[in-house]
Design a protein around this ligand. Sequence first.
Ligand code: ZN
Length: 360
Amino acid sequence: MTVLPGLIDCHSHLLDAMEGRWRAGEAIILTITQLGPSRRALLGAAMAREMLEAGFTTVRNLGHSGVNGDAALRDAINAGWVVGPRILAATRKLTPPGGQAVAIQSEGAEAIIAQEFLTISGPEEARRAVREALAAGADVIKVVADDGARILNAAEMKAVVDEARRVKVKVAVHATTSDGVKAAIEAGVDSIEHGDEATDDDFRAMHDKGIFLAPTLRTAETFRDLYLKPFSFTPEEQAGFEQAVKEIIDAGVNKTQRAAKAGVKIAAGSDMWQRYPGKTRGEATIPMFEALRNTGLPAIEVIRAGTSNAAELLGWQDRVGAIEAGKFADLIAVAGDPLRDISELRRVKFVMKGGVVVRK
Ligand SMILES: [Zn+2]
């Protein structure tokens, strides 16, 4: 067996299992309105157990938990009520007015949005939102820098970071556009999630400021299982799908290679928020390591992205991410050598969290 530190997912959404056939906005609205907070909490408990059983002993949960459901799940796990990984909870995401991805124009829109997001406009609201998240038990602040034409400005982003820094809490930023990435870098956030439009200059600045990139990559298999299989496409539609997947994957490879070349620290984050037919949440999350390996990142760097690098990003390098005296006994074992074949991580045989055997 090969023994490794317990795996870390830096970008989980445990209180979500949305259908791949739904668009993101529909999925979020239906989850809020149809599932409701109680069933969603129980869903989170199931996802948490499935993550732990697959080898994830720590996750950073970055939003989509209803009103603070991830903090409740963390507390339930810590109290021993349910089984799951160590959780750093972000509570509600901070977003521009309107939330993220949801396009609702009805009378009750704001009330629905408030069940998933803390919306901000201006530095004072940004400060208040951070304080609200902290009051709700946030371990980390998640900010959505950009959603279409709604983009937080540098002053708002700076206010978020300043307020979080005062109490040594880290800031993770969803940024896909060039403007969003630049505002996040300028404010000195801790991680940029996705970073699709980041330029080489942006990556140099991220390296200089010690900002991590969580590229949130997926394999072609994952895209097909989630977004192709639920539909009956014509051959032409299927060809179009394959072309789109190829473009997304190529862009992810290009982005990650440029980041690595600039010396940016890479953290493994799945952004898995779907129900994955035939797979547990843990099994659905593990292929992110193969997606990282497919960028040409050496296997040891892929493992670091999900262990020691991830621990550093979380600020938990004194507790998790390595097998060392003084750290939690969070261990996994696989039968083969993941340095030769990263897909060995799909077949975790043994999981221990805090010295307690979870799976053997
Ligand atoms: Zn996400």
